[in-house]
Design a protein around this ligand. Structure first.
Ligand code: SF4
Ligand code: SF4
Length: 67
């Protein structure tokens, strides 16, 4: 599992510095620098620790729920 990035992400980048495992990165939605900039999660690195969740001013980060 990994943290979920919701569509309300503005690409502000605040979460990137908050992740101790460098699991978050900013990218454009389309290759070549086109489209909206937003956060993406490197799923293999994310441990669901939750450290990034309160760093987002737009409430765009959600931890997966069990069940
Ligand atoms: S839940 Fe933890 S490991 Fe996953 S992206 Fe957020 S801060 Fe990084
Ligand atoms: S802090 Fe929130 S709005 Fe900003 S890039 Fe991260 S997920 Fe997106």
């Amino acid at each position: 599992m990994a943290v979920t990035i919701l569509n309300c992400c503005t690409g502000c980048g605040a979460c990137v510095a908050a992740c101790p495992l460098a699991a978050l990165t900013l990218m454009t939605e389309r290759p070549g620098g086109y489209g909206r900039r937003r956060a993406f999660v490197r799923v293999a690195r994310c441990t669901d620790c939750g450290a990034c969740v309160p760093s987002c001013p737009h409430l765009a980060l959600e931890l997966p729920t069990l069940g």
